[in-house]
Design a protein around this ligand. Sequence first.
Ligand SMILES: [Zn+2]
Length: 318
Amino acid sequence: METKKFDLRLMDGEILKRQEDKLTFIPPFSYGERSTHIDYKLVKGFGGDALVPIIKYNIFSEYQDLVHGFSTRMGGTSHAHLGSMNLSFSRGDEHENVIVNHKRFAMAVGYDWERLVFSDQVHKAEIYKVTHEDIGKGITKESDIKEIDALMTNERGIPLMTFYADCVPVFFYDPVKKVVALAHSGWKGTVLKISEKVIKAMGDTYGSSASDILCAISPSICQSCYEVSDDVIKQFLDAFGESAKDFFYEKGNGKYQLNLHEACKYTMILAGITEEHIAMPDLCTCCNPNVLFSHRASNGKRGNLGAVIMLAEDNGIN
Ligand SMILES: [Zn+2]
């Protein structure tokens, strides 16, 4: 398949003149049909015009009270290896650039950037219940949300955000009880079955039923790109038993290729989610380092992508 590499020099003003160069991912891999589409928004007024792409999940399309999105590298104002849409304050970027990037991404997706709530992500499986008292934590005020890899809330108008560059982001939405959650599921979080824990926490805290919850596994490293050593595989075997053998294949010399997406999906099914309520990813960060931040592809010289989810203010439709 012929693919067109996206030129990072074509950012911001220039990209507007070349709309035909809309993002082409290399190659869109798939566990079936494409699960995502890309929404392009022209954002004006934050340091110049910018075309901001947002990766959205088709499984959520019909829900008008759900706001969600996953960022790309495009449409921001940061430079070099942070270019251009770095959403993290912890990657050595200038504070001002990160704020402009947040303003643009928030405008494009449709939430108030000053109300964002961040996790701090330490590769554990602790879940934090977000309320209106947490609004702005991590972006406009100091955060006391520590050692947290998953956020959940049933309050409207509070955008939750987690950060990525190869690790697996997971979106959760219960359209019946009106609950949203986000989890950071790297290999350690996946071994700890963080998705299963989030689904249980949604039930315990808000009365969500697993049969109602929709899950989307976002762009992250694919099996072909994800080589791991036997110490990682041992932990998967300890956590999942024989089932772990469905998640990897051996290459020899103590090296394996691991499929975090399938492992993550397995933990959702353990929690009672039906297969048709799980959207698998169709883009790999490491296969697409020009358009998505990838830790592996960049040897750690990279910014962070963001996943955001929010229950919209009640508009009377739902
Ligand atoms: Zn890949």
